[in-house]
Ligand binder design. Structure first.
Ligand code: ZN
Length: 477
């Protein structure tokens, strides 16, 4: 069975076939950097991360582009409140975004284009639309003429009359039609602005994504992702601009991530109803937060509350205990091929269920279900298995480690005692110290050699010299 994706454009599950089988292209609408991101924003970013990880796991090449909106009304307002420049505020919050994402184990996109670095591309795109009669200039601002695009409303499934009724009653006498939207805003005093054929001004939000997506991924992209709040008008407008300009499909699969709720209400800055990702990360390990955020399918609602986080904490403890115990069998795979224990079937079943869940519109909730069923099976089996079962336990370890890594809930194995240290890095450091010690021994510098041994011992790392090498292990306090 191949992969299926729920395409918001056609409102149904569709077979996923990338335009170029060699490389899947993904554009994901990134943050507007006026503040730190909250857990709701993190859900969207994490879903994109998991889509990419899974596609890589399936053997695809992936090119992911995620923009940073570094110029907009909110940024201008916030910078003025703080008395710093727009550039400085956008830079600070952009850096904070990367820091937070990294703490959540989100791998950076292949390109993180910034709006202010693509003014040229946006102006070119707007000019094409003006030349086609799809946009008009009024006093230095440029508006998109919605009635020129016959398919306007196809993503949000709205008819022209609904759109007219729904268009916000805002006093803007410049617009020919209330549905029209701005692509270029004439400069206001004190605001950052750029030169354009229509005078000084700055780009609108929608044109930014059209221009940057097409610049970095081409006229047609495979997957366009974003939060469900972006479906209308942002994504509808992206389609209108891009498709009218190029005459071809802009994005083939539209994916929208549902809101995160808190106390039953949508998490959001404007409602002052939110938890910052960085605050959550101060209280819970990365894997716990990831587990929580993917514990529901991305199109389903998810509620942020203490109980859910505590549940995820418990689940991760169970998972880590199981993996820690299994890990000692790693490497014994295939030593004894003639094992026939029920656990072997459980491992195969888990892999099949995991793939089926993820193949069906990235259903992480079901994928986790498959993983945790195997954890239960392993725990049951531990008590009854004999030594002959070691290869099966090794298989179970590998299957669990691999699938958990796709979801990013088993990256750096952090157990409770290890207070968040990066285990791999620690091992490398110990190795480095042992190398230095060996060099000291080679030149009979016993003082240095003993000092390294003693200091490691203080850190509960015991080393043992054998004939050929030096090994190390942790001792209990
Ligand atoms: Zn966008």
């Amino acid at each position: 069975m191949g992969m299926k994706i729920y395409n918001s454009l056609n409102r149904r599950l569709e077979d996923f076939e990338p335009l170029n089988p060699e490389q899947v292209t993904i554009y994901s609408c990134g943050p507007t950097v006026y503040d730190y991101i909250h857990m709701g924003n993190a859900r969207t970013a994490l879903v994109t991360d998991i889509i990419r990880r899974y596609l890589l796991y399936k053997g695809y090449n992936v090119k992911l582009v995620q923009n940073l909106t570094d110029i907009d009304d909110k940024i201008i307002r916030r910078a003025a409140e703080l008395g710093i420049s727009v550039k400085q505020l956008a830079h600070q919050n952009g850096e904070a975004y990367f820091e937070d994402s990294q703490r959540l184990g989100i791998q950076p996109a292949d390109v993180h284009p910034k709006a202010t670095e693509h003014i040229r591309e946006m102006i070119d795109l707007i000019q094409i639309l003006i030349d086609k009669g799809a946009a008009y200039v009024v006093d230095g601002s440029v508006y998109y003429r919605v009635d020129q695009f016959a398919e306007y409303g196809k993503l949000s499934n709205r008819k022209p009359e609904d759109l007219l009724a729904g268009a916000r009653v805002e006093i803007n006498e410049e617009k020919e039609d209330p549905r029209d939207f701005d692509m270029w805003k004439a400069a206001k005093p004190g605001e950052p602005s750029w030169d354009s054929p229509w005078g000084k001004g700055r780009p609108g939000w929608h044109i930014e994504c059209s221009a940057m997506a097409m610049k970095h991924l081409g006229e047609t992209i495979d997957i366009h992702a974003g939060g469900e709040d972006l479906l209308f008008p942002h994504h509808e407008n992206e389609i209108a601009q891009s498709e009218l300009a190029t005459g071809v499909t802009f994005a083939r699969y539209w994916m929208h991530v549902a809101f995160l709720k808190i106390d039953g209400k949508r998490m959001g800055k404007s409602e002052k109803n939110f938890i910052l990702l960085r605050d959550a990360l101060d209280h819970y390990p990365t894997e716990v937060i990831r587990h929580f955020l993917i514990s529901a399918h991305y199109r389903h609602p998810l509620d942020y509350n203490q109980e859910s986080l505590t549940k995820s904490e418990g689940a991760l403890r169970r998972l880590n205990n199981c993996l820690d115990t299994l890990k000692q069998y790693d490497g014994e795979v295939g030593l004894n091929e003639k094992t026939d224990v029920p656990l072997q079937h459980a491992v195969q079943e888990m892999k099949a269920r995991f793939t089926q869940a993820m193949d069906t519109d990235f259903n992480t909730a079901q994928a986790l279900g498959a993983i945790f069923s195997l954890v239960s099976e392993v725990n049951k089996a531990f008590n009854t298995l004999d030594e002959m079962a070691a290869p099966v336990l090794a298989e179970a370890y590998q299957a669990l480690a691999e699938t958990c890594q796709v979801l990013g809930i088993y990256n750096n194995v952090e157990t409770q005692e290890e207070t968040g240290d990066n285990v791999e890095q620690r091992d490398e450091l110990v190795k480095l110290l042992l190398e230095i010690r060996q060099e000291a021994r080679n030149r009979k510098d016993w003082e240095t050699s003993d000092k390294i041994r003693d200091r490691l011992k203080e850190l509960n790392i015991q080393i043992q010299d054998t004939h050929h090498s030096t090994t190390w292990k942790f001792t209990t306090k």
